[in-house]
Design a protein around this ligand. Sequence first.
Ligand SMILES: Nc1ncnc2c1ncn2[C@@H]1O[C@H](COP(=O)(O)OP(=O)(O)O)[C@@H](O)[C@H]1O
Ligand SMILES: CC(C)(COP(=O)(O)O)[C@@H](O)C(=O)NCCC(=O)O
Length: 307
Amino acid sequence: MQPNSNYYQIDRSEWKTFHEESIPLLSEKKIESLTSLNDKLSLEDVRDIYVPLVEMIDLYQKNYRKLRRMKSNFLGYSYEPAPLIIGVTGSVAVGKSTTARVLQSLLQKFYTDKNIEMITTDGFLYPNAYLIEHGILGRKGFPESYDMERLIQFLLDVKTGKPNVEFPVYSHHIYDIVPDTFDVVNQPDILIVEGINVLQLPSNQQIYVSDFFDFSIYVDADVENVEKWYLERFELLMDLAKNQPDNYYYNYAIGNREDAINMARGVFRSVNLKNLEEYIAPTMTRADLIIHKSDNHFIDYLQIKKY
Ligand SMILES: Nc1ncnc2c1ncn2[C@@H]1O[C@H](COP(=O)(O)OP(=O)(O)O)[C@@H](O)[C@H]1O
Ligand SMILES: CC(C)(COP(=O)(O)O)[C@@H](O)C(=O)NCCC(=O)O
């Protein structure tokens, strides 16, 4: 990021000191219970990074509701609550879903009386059969592989307060959309939407996915680290598939390990890296907050949009 860019750069050592006086501190008990639920997460990360982040989101949340109330009064409409929507994006395997899950759990502990939900846009990928039929299986994750109209309709339904809004489910284990399976989002107070495509511009829709966002986060890391984390996840998925012949990773799991890893490295470079460079990284400067991860997923600095 250039020094004259539109972001304040804040080192971890400074970020961790931020605290809004009017907000009661999250108890140590709540913080500790979160790390025991998520073995990937260190207590330091929750304390240093996520607690200040939740407090900052609380400022957005309060302001959002206040503005909506005042606007309704001004226009003479009755006030209708609408969820605050937070977008989380970044490369494949940078740690978006881990970040989104931690944020969801911590927000839920912070707002005990509110409903905090999370979805991933993987569910809006077209099924493999469709991608094959259109000759774009090798473009999975690129803009044309998503049903963006359906995603926008979903967000519209949630934002306008519809109950039990259904969305399709993607499974990394079968490497496809799970047939005839849906999850629901039911009138959340806060919805986190995680995916590589959430800050991208629409191809032919009038509305951007990001038009629905009240706060957005881009998770950033050097490509060498992202490739390493992608390969580590690939090995983990292979290990889990060892005794599951129906699993997409089964054939890799029972075959030559080095060949499988080399294949995955090739896929990362020819598909996911290309996607990152062409379509994902260019959306970074649309985010309100950039979280930078260094070796071993250590968050070393954050950047907050100035204007
Ligand atoms: N903070 C973290 N500490 C350790 N491992 C992590 C952390 N965040 C993510 N990972 C690991 O990195 C890999 C990619 O993370 P994931 O959340 O699946 O990425 P994405 O959703 O961006 O594809 C996974 O194997 C995950 O377990
Ligand atoms: C489903 C995805 C597009 C989304 O990735 P995610 O952010 O969930 O890791 C990606 O995991 C993927 O399958 N990419 C296509 C190339 C590949 O890695 O097989």
